[in-house]
Ligand binder design. Structure first.
Ligand code: ADP
Length: 479
């Protein structure tokens, strides 16, 4: 007797201190027992003992011929439904119904949790998420419109600056026009980033697969940053695995864009120490290779919490610091999307204050070397010796600088030959390549280069040859 009463007390204590609605009912649905939460939440008070569960859970339980028809999806299983209070207002609940037959008596048990608040919050989150999506879409449309509005004037100004530079100007005038031209170039780069971001997000990026010279591509990128690295007194070490094929098929322009972005960030965020570019083979089969590129720097590093976020559009880790370095937080998100499109992955390892290592893989098709492109092969031999033939090459500027003019002259010689043959397309390619090798601060050469490009584009044979010779002469004077 005593044990029974202790048990009863324990049972009451338990059911009355739970937040769930607990209702016992009999065969005809009448409630026989319940806990305090049921009385409170359903607002019946003690009158709940006169209620029928078919009144409370009317979407799940129905009375028929004095018996109950219960939706089987609630039998021993928890599901969502509505519970009706005494005043017929309703709440959302998760309900489970358990039926036990004992001595021909049915004991029914309903356990229900009030999830109204939870549902409301989920609804609100969904609403906010939809609003966010709508806003992001609007932002993309606005950015797209701005890009289109900016593109034309900026490229017109650039064109006009080129035309003016083509005229005979005094050095003050050409300095000023050059400033306009260089600033337009910066704006153009930003416009291109914004344009790429929208285009890739809308799946409008088409990768242009072509055969390219791997070593030449890397060499070109490195040479492009040579001046900035020298200016910051940094050391650049390039390490290219010897098993990497010379010719591969892929989108060279986009691959260059990724390496460009990582290298320019490494230079931007490093004040002293070194920058390493490692290229190795991650996988290799008969028709394709997976290359692994790693750019390691000894710069400001990235906080752990920013590691993944920096790959999101417009995100800059520690805005207050990084904003002073310029940029709009698009480069890495574009890299991520490009790497994905090329079947690879990008990631970063970093220690705040010590440096960062950005790695990415890309899948590229194999190609056979083509001898007929002797001219291009000459560039390869000429420019890549230094990085391709050694396992690890210290690309410190001083060591290589002495070689540079000779190599540049070789390109100029090829350029002259292309102009003489009136192979304008190739001549423009060579001229663009030559332009990349020029130190931006070297205004006389930069201006001459622009004039040369302009005459090539106009396909003016004699003028173009004259410009090449002038450039040749200036270079001889400024080795
Ligand atoms: P941004 O044009 O602002 O550099 P990115 O998308 O290239 O845009 O980079 C996003 C942010 O990631 C940068 O603003 C910077 O905070 C961080 N970041 C990128 N590269 C490096 C690096 N090598 N070292 C330190 N921080 C970096």
């Amino acid at each position: 007797m005593k044990i029974r009463s202790i048990f009863k007390q324990k049972y009451k204590l338990m059911v009355n201190n739970t937040k769930e609605i607990i209702l016992f009912f009999q065969r005809n649905g009448l409630i026989t027992d319940c806990n305090e939460a049921a009385k409170d939440i359903l607002e019946y008070g003690d009158d709940i003992m006169k209620a029928n569960i078919s009144d409370i859970f009317r979407d799940v339980v129905r009375l028929k011929d004095n018996g109950l028809i219960i939706d089987s999806s609630f039998n021993n299983m928890t599901n969502e439904t509505t519970a009706y209070k005494l005043d017929q207002t309703s709440i959302c609940v998760e309900l489970k119904i358990i039926l036990i037959e004992k001595h021909k008596r049915l004991i029914g048990l309903c356990i229900a949790s009030d999830i109204t608040l939870q549902k409301k919050l989920i609804g609100k989150v969904k609403h906010v998420r939809n609003d966010m999506k709508r806003l992001l879409k609007l932002r993309d449309i606005a950015v797209n419109n701005i890009i289109h509005e900016l593109r034309t004037p900026v490229s017109r100004i650039m064109c006009m600056a080129e035309i003016i530079l083509d005229a005979e100007l005094n050095s003050k005038q050409s300095d000023n026009i050059n400033i306009i031209y260089q600033n337009c170039k910066c704006m153009n780069a930003l416009i291109n980033d914004l344009f790429d971001n929208v285009r890739i997000k809308n799946n409008k990026l088409i990768l242009k697969e072509k055969k390219f010279n791997t070593y030449l591509m890397i060499d070109k990128v490195i040479r492009f940053y040579r001046y900035n690295i020298e200016k910051k007194h940094l050391k650049l070490i390039v390490n290219i695995s010897e098993d990497i094929p010379v010719y591969l098929i892929g989108d060279e322009f986009r691959l260059t864009q990724i390496i460009d972005n990582l290298l320019s960030n490494a230079i931007k965020f490093t004040h002293d120490g070194e920058i390493k570019l490692n290229v190795s083979m991650n996988a290799n089969n008969s028709h394709k290779v997976v290359l692994l590129f790693t750019v390691i720097d000894t710069g400001i590093g990235i906080d752990v919490q920013d590691k993944d976020k920096i790959f999101m559009s417009y995100y800059q880790a520690d805005g207050s610091i990084t904003r002073s370095y310029g940029g709009v937080g698009l480069g890495l998100s574009i890299c991520r999307m490009l790497v994905k499109a090329m079947g690879g992955r990008i990631s970063v390892e970093s220690t705040k204050g010590k440096g960062s290592a950005f790695s990415f893989t890309v899948s590229l098709k194999k190609a056979t070397a083509y001898n007929e492109e002797l001219l291009k092969a000459t560039i390869f031999k000429d420019t890549s010796d230094s990085i391709a033939m050694t396992k690890e090459y210290d690309y410190s500027i001083k060591e290589n600088y002495s070689n540079m003019p000779i190599k540049d002259k070789t390109i100029l010689e090829m350029l002259k030959a292309a102009i003489e043959k009136e192979d304008w397309q190739y001549a423009e390619q060579l001229a663009l390549r030559e332009r990349e090798l020029i130190t931006p601060e070297d205004k006389i050469i930069t201006n001459k280069m622009l004039q040369l490009l302009f005459s090539i584009r106009k396909e003016e044979r004699e003028l173009s040859i004259k410009r090449v010779e002038e450039l040749y002469e200036i270079k001889n004077m400024h080795p």
